[in-house]
Design a protein around this ligand. Structure first.
Ligand SMILES: NC(=O)c1ccc[n+]([C@@H]2O[C@H](COP(=O)([O-])OP(=O)(O)OC[C@H]3O[C@@H](n4cnc5c(N)ncnc54)[C@H](OP(=O)(O)O)[C@@H]3O)[C@@H](O)[C@H]2O)c1
Length: 346
């Protein structure tokens, strides 16, 4: 056990035009907390990332509770129990929880908070344990339900995925392929375009930074886009709205280009195309799918164990790099599910 607990605490809120980074946090050392009766002390192994974390520490709109200045940055991760004063846990047990950006944290598992998006004991651990917050965790579930439940993707559909080389996008594109769809991925570099077509077997790719997305969609989707899994919104969504198939379904997973990123927000000028194409657009929130989480985990696990889906993990090593790990989502330097390995798997 390290002698001290390293923590990233919020120093000041992220400004509207600012790229989140180490300047917003303070890296401090405190004593390792001691668990009281009914509590567990855990050691963080892996920390996940989500663009939504920027919303915790900015003044902008967010569905999540704001973090107070001085508090440890909130974030989900995989952790191992090092000391337990709780009957249901023993040292060596692994769990997923909101452990925060720190080496050690104390938790109080109760009947009501022991769920997959709170404190969840991992009973069927699969190595690497990072899978439990990636493919087999929230990222996989978001891709799975967004595509198949909200987007209603079916064999033969032409599916377009934005941020297709990102965490959720890379999984959504693969799930669409496994369901017999034709998949076009939109992403921000030629290297990513090559990765999603060569390694992830998507049928085509568009680099939105160098190509005319609307024109390329016309070429690649001559019958129109039947399902759009959107992670970015903004200009990319507008381009897809101009290329819809009749009765298209648009699943809005995220909108990083308009809500979290630097720059001005704009409305959609061409939403009338939803009427012309009898199309449906629907936002979704993964927390609503908690009751069905076992379904996505079982399906994704089966594909993973059969070697049919890649977990697409993209790691930084070391808690000290965590602000940069999160910033990579906004810079577009991540490829796949971005995580930070704080300590090796036990
Ligand atoms: N609905 C839900 O319940 C739910 C749950 C979790 C996450 N989400 C959302 O899902 C989306 C994906 O999350 P993730 O964690 O997997 O992140 P991610 O896709 O791995 O990372 C974000 C990616 O977005 C792209 N990007 C960044 N700024 C952009 C911009 N201005 N315009 C266009 N693309 C931009 C970058 O890729 P490029 O190189 O391609 O630009 C970057 O890699 C996010 O919008 C997130 O908020 C939704």
């Amino acid at each position: 056990m390290a002698e001290k607990n390293r923590q990233w605490c919020l120093k000041r809120r992220v400004e509207a035009s600012e790229l989140i980074g180490a300047q917003n946090f303070e890296f401090i050392e405190t004593d390792i907390p001691a668990p009281a009766d009914g509590q567990v002390l855990v050691r963080t192994l892996v920390l996940g990332t989500s663009p939504a974390q920027r919303g915790y520490v900015s003044d902008g709109r967010s569905m999540h509770e704001k973090l107070a200045v001085g508090a440890v940055m909130r974030g989900r991760g995989v952790a191992v129990v090092v000391e337990s004063k709780h009957a249901a846990f023993k040292p060596g047990d692994v769990l997923t929880a909101s452990v925060g950006w720190q080496d050690y944290s104390v938790h109080t598992p109760t009947e009501s908070n022991m769920s997959i998006f709170n404190i969840a004991k991992i009973t069927n651990a699969t190595k690497p344990l990072s899978l439990h917050i990636g493919l087999l965790g929230g990222a996989g579930a978001t891709a799975y339900f967004g595509l198949l439940d909200v987007g209603q993707a079916k064999a033969g559909d032409t599916v377009v995925v934005s941020a297709a080389a990102g965490g959720i996008g890379s999984l959504a594109g693969q799930i669409a392929k496994l369901n017999g769809c034709r998949v076009i991925g939109i992403c921000g570099s030629d290297a990513k375009a090559q990765w999603i077509t060569r390694d992830l077997k998507m049928d085509g790719a568009i680099n939105y930074k160098t190509e005319n997305v609307e024109a390329r969609l016309k070429e690649l989707c001559p019958q129109g886009v039947k399902v759009f899994f959107d992670n970015v919104g903004g200009a990319v969504l507008e381009a897809v709205l101009n290329n819809l198939a009749t009765r298209a379904r648009i699943a809005i997973c995220g909108f990083i280009s308009t809500d979290y990123a630097i720059g001005q927000q704009s409305g959609l000028a061409n939403y009338g195309n939803l009427v012309r194409n009898r199309a449906r657009i629907e936002g979704f929130y993964i927390f609503d799918y908690i009751p069905r989480f076992a379904e996505s985990e079982a399906k994704l696990r089966a594909w993973y164990e059969a070697g049919q889906i890649s977990s697409c993990e993209d790691f930084d090593d070391g808690l000290e790099r965590m602000p940069d790990t999160l910033a990579s989502l906004f810079k577009g330097t991540n490829q796949g599910v971005k995580m930070n390995r704080v300590a090796p798997d036990p």
